[in-house]
Each structure stands twice: as C-alpha cells, then as structure tokens.
Ligand binder design. Sequence first.
Ligand SMILES: Cc1cc2nc3c(=O)[nH]c(=O)nc-3n(C[C@H](O)[C@H](O)[C@H](O)COP(=O)(O)OP(=O)(O)OC[C@H]3O[C@@H](n4cnc5c(N)ncnc54)[C@H](O)[C@@H]3O)c2cc1C
Length: 598
Amino acid sequence: MTDARAFAAIDYDYLIIGAGAGGLAVATRLSEKEELKIGIIEAGTLHEADPIIDIPANVGKASGNPLYDWSFETIPQPGAAGRSITLPRGKMVGGSTGINNMAWTRASRPEYDAWELFGPNSGWNWEGLLPYMKQSTNVFPDQTNLPIVNVKLFDPKFEGLTGPVSASFNSWYSDVFPAYLSAANSSGISPNFGSDEGTTTGLSNCRSNVERSTGTRSYAAPAYYCSHASRPNFHVLVNSQVCTLSKSPTRASSSNSYTATGVEFFSNNITYTAQAKKEVILAAGTIQSPQILELSGIGNSSILQSVGIEPLIDLPQVGENMQDHLFAPAQYRLKPGITTFDALRINETVTAEQAAIYAQNGSGMLSGTDTALSFLPLDHYADSKTVDSLKHTFDAILGNNSSSTFRRTQYEVQRDWLQQGHVPQSEIIMWSRGAAPLANESYITLLSGVLHPASRGSVHIKSKDPLDRPTIDAGWLMIDFDVLIILQTLKFAMKIATREPLASMIDGLVIPLPDVHNDTALINFIRENAASASHLMGTVAMAPRGIGGVLDNSLTVYGTTNLRVCDASTLPNGIGTHLQSTIYAIGEKLADIIKEHD
Ligand SMILES: Cc1cc2nc3c(=O)[nH]c(=O)nc-3n(C[C@H](O)[C@H](O)[C@H](O)COP(=O)(O)OP(=O)(O)OC[C@H]3O[C@@H](n4cnc5c(N)ncnc54)[C@H](O)[C@@H]3O)c2cc1C
C-alpha cells in the first residue's frame, strides 16, 4: 500500500512499526484472525523480483545503497582504534533479512534457557521457543546434492516443514570447502551434524535461507508478506517513517499508565496520524525501536530532558545494553586454478556459465552462500593456562561493583558458561572469497569472532528531530576480555590454515601482514580491522523493571497498557549465533501470546 492518507483513515486493531523479521512475523500471524485489522508502517519499499536481493551470490551488494540500507555509523570507537564503523540495517519490506548473509542457525539450549532469568514463567527458553523456530521454517529435506558434506537428515523433532521461511543446504561448494573441513577436523574441531538441536559446539555446514527450488533468498518479505498480501485485513504501508507514538490520557486504564493510540508518521513530507484501537507493536529494530521510544518520552529522563523532551515513563535502560559479535579476518590468497566465489568477480567465462545454470534451474554458484561455521568453547582453541587466565580476566569484570544489577546478572550467566564449557565463546566463519579482494586473485577468509562479549554499547537520540540519526556508541572491545577472545580464536584459525589439505592450496597470507607476528601486534590488528557481524541486539530488553528491564515477559513496555516491542532489541541476554531465526520465532511466539488474550 502506498496511499498514506487512505492508510491513516483506517482504524487498525494492531499497528506495527517496521516490516522486518520480528514485525512481519507477528503481524502476519495476527492477520490470520480475519476479524482483526492489522496495519504495518515501513520506512523502506517492497523490492519484488530484485536480483540484488534475490540472488544469493549478490550478498553484500545492497549494503551502503540507500535504496536498501539505512547505513548507520557509530561514533568513533576507542576500543576499535578510534574508527567510526558503518552498520548496515535493511530498509525495506523484509528489513535486515533482505540484506543479510543468509546463515540460518540457532543458539544452544542454555543460551535460550538463560532468558528465563529475565522473563520468568512465560516460556522464554529453549523448549518454549523451539515450536516457534520450527513453525517459521520450511526445511528443504533433499540432501542428494551433498557429495562432500555429511549431514544429518531432516529430523521433525527439531525442524519445520511447513513454515514460511525456506532453509536449505547449498547445491554448490567451492574447491576449498572440503579441504577446509578436513583441516578444521584435524585441528580438533569435531563435526556437528545436528547444530539445530540445542548443542552448537563443533563444525557445521549450516543451512541458508534460500528457496532451493528457485535458488532465491527466502526472507521476511516473500515469506511472511507477499503470500498473504491479498488478505483484506492486512495492510503494509511503504515509504513512510514513524516519528513518535501518540497516546491518549483519557484512554489510560489507571492514573499512571500510558496507553498508545497510534503513531505519527511522515510520508512524502506530510505528517499523518494512524490509529490503533488495541495495541501498537514497535518492531523497528535494535537501533530504531529505542529511538522511537525516546522520541515519545519513554526512556532515561535525564537524556530526554537534555534534548527537550518531556519524560513520560522513566526507563533508564532504553537504548542501553547493546550487544554485537565482532569478527577479525585472516585472508589467504589461493594458488591459481582453485575456484571460489571470487570466480564470479574475476572470470568472465565462469560467470557466463554460472549465469546460464542459474537461469535454467536456480542452482550453481549464484545460488550459494558461505556455510562452514565453527562454534567453539574456550578449551577447544586455548591451552589450559590461557583458559584459566581468561576466566580470571572475567572474574575481575564480575568483581567490578559499578555494574548494574541487570549487567551483573548477565555477567554471572556468562561466567557460568565459561566455567561449564558447554556454551561456545567464539565462532570461526570460513568465507570462500576475499574480504578485500584484488583483481585476478582467489581467496579464503577465516573470520574469528567473539560470541559473548563483556562490552556493551548504547543508542540514544541526540535531538527531538525524528530524522536526526541517533548516536550509536557500540562500545566495541572496551573490555579487554573481548579482544583476548578474538586473539585466541584468530591464532587458532590461522593454525587451521597450516593443515593439509588446505595448506597446499594456499599461496600466501594477505592479512594480517607478515610483520603482525606477536600478540601485541595481533591485538592492534584486531582493534584496527574487526568488523561487526551486524548482530545488534538488546537495547529494549525484557527483564524485571527492578533490575533495569524495559519489557515484561509479554514484551510490553513497563508503565504502558498496550505498547509492545517485537524485534532483536528485546533480547535480554546475548546469544552466540546468527540472529534471524530467533527473531522470527519471537514474532511467532508474541503473536500467540497476544491472540491468547485478544
Ligand atoms: C548485513 C547483515 C548481515 C546479517 N547476516 C545474518 C545472517 O547471515 N544470519 C542471521 O541469522 N542474521 C543475520 N543478520 C541479522 C538479522 O538479519 C537481523 O538480526 C534481523 O533481521 C533483525 O530483525 P529485526 O526485526 O530486529 O529488525 P529488521 O529486520 O532490521 O527490521 C526493522 C524494520 O523496521 C524498519 N524501520 C526502522 N525504523 C522505522 C521507522 N521509524 N518507521 C518505519 N519503519 C522503520 C526498517 O526499515 C526495517 O525494515 C544480518 C544483518 C545484517 C544487517
């Protein structure tokens, strides 16, 4: 829908802000009740049949392009050598699922079970989320095209067969893929053929959110919206940016409760008001959900007053607690004749052949993504002395009395995971391509990342103007524990590259440069080169209000009667995985919570 005036003339039951993973999942499920009117307002547009989005091998091409990407930027990060770092965020129907890297993964059982501490008695745990992770997924069970990778076949206890988002294994693998698997195995990383079953430790060939019958990206727009766009009770208004929530004191159910009546939004430079009879659900993502709350007077009173906004609900943790996964690269040039995704960049013959294959049946290189992921607890890559030293480093963080109760509870969970050793602390992603490629060369890049950092960031408005971008301080690597984890992971990844049969395929190390040969130099390299995995989470967290939470266990904002949040900002405690399948599951689950009481 593009007519803002017509949209604003309708009284919706539920008004959702943002058509990304969380927003579309909750909205589409609510629209299954024909008597409910559901409206979504989305700042971006609908990209139907757009090869930049749809063709998996085009991954990364939408980033930085304002047609698809908000392209946020952090303030200079002292922990990252003073760099300001670009943060891609999808701006379209589908949100960030339209530009993401398509890794389809889950965290381990204890990581979801830890959420119970922050949102008790409502099934925010592995058992409570698993049905919704299955419900959102349509796993492509055909494994016949996997000559080189041994994977466990479809298990209905853990995988869904009828959900909207398609997930499948690649039908094309690069020449380095099997060599890397062997080298990683012989370095001590055991294969994990059931990484969706609650234990992520080990090396897995993950599924991608690719519809294998067409070879196209399966993301929130086609999965949750396009197939239901004809529902008369379901409208998505595009190219319209929500500025603030509107509220009516007369509709408050008690003297100190805030009741949202709708939102104010811009469309073509005109301001409109849209009405919600029952609820407003914020799903604008980890950066913009807190922004909209603050613009509406909900947040830390001092921050709001400093920009001239009257505080309506004092919730000091709005915009705080931001977590992310940071990765540092080791990139190797390969010997001539070894085919990786780089061939699509450097070899016209291969490109033409692959385009023909893709046009014929949606298979081949153009339908492929990078899928070799290793999730590693500390003792898988560090010796016992280093493990003890890292635990002591974390103890010092825990002993810091200035941490809030909320942060302290998170740190206690993280410390317990370090001790138990069953929750991965690091991930190594193998890319069959260069991160910063030169002409006529092929590469392999090993990305080493921290999954449970101690550092936290924040996002806050800097003025009353809704079009003014918020200040994002990611806080990356401000606590040394995080850089030390990446250091150990990177050193281990570089050891994998010395193992056969991979070693014989490598022509030379490109980055880190040869003079980066000791820990001090590597730490500097990490600070200068680590990049975000774009897994931002936690800025509007579910947790008890007394310890600094913003949302109760029905994802309702404290102090409000009918304002919920449904996106990656709600995560109370970081999870060490790629986020999308979890965010879809949150949307699916919230729809059931709402339907139960509607
Ligand atoms: C480059 C990149 C790579 C990634 N790779 C992976 C991966 O491989 N695997 C994985 O699992 N996850 C990956 N992720 C993460 C995953 O895609 C996100 O965590 C997930 O999409 C977050 O869902 P969300 O609902 O919180 O927000 P989003 O999906 O980002 O949706 C938010 C929506 O709200 C809209 N919006 C924002 N503000 C307003 C406003 N004021 N008015 C109206 N609309 C508004 C936005 O335009 C957007 O459409 C990646 C993310 C990025 C950016």
